[in-house]
Design a protein around this ligand. Structure first.
Ligand code: SF4
Length: 159
């Protein structure tokens, strides 16, 4: 199925005719904060995060997660920037915001910004770009890679 990002120069920003979309994380933390939201995770991801943190699974769930209508989510902390994910670290690198569990972050985090909602149309992609300076920058992600990433994210949200 052809999507708008299959077309040459889908964002209208280049004259190269490239297909796909550009993204590179700038470590701004914008996708890990904002209005209250959910960061969902699988059992396997919970086990991996708990192990990384050196606690039991039940300790991890009691201390860093809560139940939501969509399943268990990481909790958030309110900061001047918004509702930060509890694992967002704004102190380790001055001026940057880094994930404190980066190697074990849930699939939902790994697939940003290639989420179905952001890819519904060029307008939705442009709206996402207004909140994420890494969108439309950095390496080109092919339409095939984008489709696979969307499928991974959809799978993560269905489980
Ligand atoms: S787990 Fe890491 S990448 Fe995911 S929202 Fe929290 S800080 Fe961001």
């Amino acid at each position: 199925m052809n999507e708008w990002y299959d077309r040459p120069d889908p964002t209208g920003m280049t004259d190269t005719g490239e297909r796909g979309l550009r993204f590179e994380c700038t470590l701004c933390g914008a996708c890990c904060t904002g209005p209250p939201g959910y960061v969902l995770f699988t059992d396997e991801e919970a086990d991996a995060i708990a192990s990384f943190l050196g606690v039991t699974r039940s300790e991890f769930e009691a201390r860093w997660t809560h139940e939501t209508p969509e399943g268990r989510s990481l909790i958030e902390k309110q900061t001047p920037a918004g509702f930060d994910c509890i694992f967002l670290d704004r102190t380790a690198i001055p001026g940057k915001a880094v994930c404190g569990i980066y190697e074990h972050r849930p699939e939902q985090c790994r697939t940003w910004p290639f989420w179905a909602d952001n890819l519904r149309s060029p307008r939705h992609w442009a709206a996402a770009a207004r909140g994420c300076p890494g969108i439309n920058q950095g390496p080109l992600h092919s339409p095939g890679t984008i489709r696979l990433t969307v499928e991974r994210d959809n799978g993560a949200r269905r489980r």
